[in-house]
Ligand binder design. Structure first.
Ligand SMILES: Nc1ncnc2c1ncn2[C@@H]1O[C@H](COP(=O)(O)OP(=O)(O)OP(=O)(O)O)[C@@H](O)[C@H]1O
Ligand SMILES: [Mg+2]
Length: 460
């Protein structure tokens, strides 16, 4: 008789065939979505409109991982959300089966293998590395020692022109009140070894652009991690005549997407020098502000972009004196919502609403440049749907029936560990790369990379 442990029980999970090993589950319960390679058996299971990731592992490990993921959730750190553990499983002959850890499928997430293919631009890779470094620093700030940092244990979500990274595998992790420098550097060493291996694999499979070297990539990660860590936690000393540097430090942290909850400021006995050191920093500066103003829950860079648009709206409608929360509500109903509701239901699985809004803003900029006039948002969204969105691959679901790319090329669409069928067709489409840099391409790129488009525009 299986036993369920869950903080948020979903009764639809109870009647599933828990007496069958996961790798023999009937397909009617499964959904083929892109996913990373793993040692354990992992399957995506669907109950009505909800998708869960199910991972088979020993009972103590399942409990440990469940607790770790719950802690991360409580501490507001990007990780997959644990739903339940199923223990006490046995097959029809009474032989015991491993426990199952259920996590909610992270919508719109992409495993790294879906993001790399030959020719992926350096900039894209750079953004992935940045997202990874931010995740590591955020984990270390809360005392979380991962001990298994690797590309396959991270999921990426689009975040305006960048990516946001989520932790997906917490089996080996430990949570401490704080981490020593030694512990952090140990975690970083593990990351470097794992990532070097994964980049080398990509290189061997000709999935890494020739201009990218595994060695250089991991060194870049190391350097960026140290730079970010010292910005987030480092002590700074200056003369008492330079007090503006206190505000500068706070602003720089805000720029990086962090809020300072506690700043330690001490002055020398003779008052000649001042020392500052951030004591508590919280990630999500912009997303918190956007949430407060509009109730929208977005990634950090998406929030930055939406807030910029809100500021522009406020200036354009001459509402500088009107309280920001009032303008925000108006912007939400007049700008944001009309764009989101204009998306036909069958296309909503391609991007989350904030990402769509960001891409529509990019599209409008480009369309306005071409038309030499300001294109209204309502026109831009129609153009975006027709020229861009329709052609994009699904990122939320992507079942075999819907003809998902990842699923089609895999020997077993429910299990990527079995590898891909030999396939000489075109490489998977990377919207970030889409012909934006090619001056001869007349068709619109699949996703508009604003910087690339600006360069292209200049070149004309
Ligand atoms: N909640 C989720 N949402 C989306 N994808 C998920 C989720 N849980 C797992 N995955 C996918 O399944 C893959 C394997 O999961 P996971 O890393 O937990 O397995 P594992 O066997 O413990 O891995 P390892 O070999 O590193 O020990 C991940 O790389 C990810 O792509
Ligand atoms: Mg893993």
């Amino acid at each position: 008789m299986p036993r369920f442990l869950s903080a948020k029980p979903d009764s639809r999970l109870l009647p599933l065939p828990w007496n069958v090993p996961l790798d023999r589950w009937p397909r009617e319960h499964l959904v083929a979505l892109p996913r990373g390679i793993s040692r354990h058996v992992v399957r995506f299971i669907r109950v009505d409109d909800e998708v869960y990731a199910a991972k088979e592992l020993t009972e103590p490990t399942a409990f440990h991982e469940y607790r770790m993921l719950q802690d991360l959730h409580r501490l507001n750190t990007p990780a997959v959300e644990p739903t339940a553990i199923v223990t006490g499983r046995a097959d029809d002959r009474g032989r015991p089966l491993d426990s199952v850890l259920l996590t909610r499928h992270l919508e719109f997430s992409l495993p790294y293998r879906s993001l790399f293919h030959s020719g992926v631009r350096q900039e894209t890779v750079s953004r992935l590395l940045d997202a990874m470094v931010v995740l590591m620093a955020r984990l270390h700030l809360i005392g979380f020692l991962w001990r298994d940092v690797s590309l396959s244990n991270i999921l990426f979500r689009r975040d305006a022109g960048a990516f946001a990274a989520y932790l997906v595998d917490a089996e080996t992790a430990e949570l401490h009140p704080r981490l020593s420098d030694g512990q952090r550097s140990h975690d970083l060493d593990i990351a470097i070894v794992n990532l070097f291996g994964e980049f080398s694999d990509l290189e061997a499979g000709q999935l890494l652009d020739e201009s990218l070297e595994p060695e250089a990539l991991v060194r870049q990660i190391e350097a960026r991690y140290h730079a970010l860590w010292s910005e987030l936690t480092g002590r700074e000393e200056f003369s008492s005549g330079e007090l503006y540097r206190i505000e500068n430090r706070v602003r720089r942290l805000n720029q990086l997407g962090f809020d300072v909850a506690e700043l330690d400021i001490s002055t020398a006995a003779d008052g000649s020098t001042v020392q500052i050191q951030p004591k508590v920093v919280d990630a999500g500066h912009h997303s918190r502000r956007l949430m407060r103003l509009t109730g929208l829950d977005t990634e950090e860079n998406q929030a930055r972009r939406l807030l910029n648009d809100l500021d522009t709206y406020r200036a354009r409608t001459n509402q500088g004196d009107v309280p920001e929360s009032v303008v925000a509500h108006e912007w939400l109903t007049r700008c944001f919502e009309p764009v989101v509701t204009a998306i036909p239901p069958h296309l909503t699985g391609k991007r989350d609403p904030a990402q769509i809004f960001h891409e529509v803003l990019d599209y409008r900029w480009y369309a306005s440049q071409r038309a030499n006039r300001e294109v209204p948002l309502t026109d831009a969204v129609q153009g975006y749907i027709a020229d861009v969105l329709t052609a994009l691959p699904d990122e939320v679901t992507g079942s075999v029936a819907q003809g998902d790319d990842h699923a089609r090329h895999q020997l077993n669409p429910y299990d990527p560990s079995e590898g891909y069928a030999e396939d000489l067709e075109a490489p998977p489409h990377d919207p970030w790369d889409a012909d934006a840099l090619d001056p001869d391409t007349e068709v619109l790129p699949a996703v508009l990379d604003i910087e690339a488009l600006r360069r292209r525009q200049k070149g004309k």
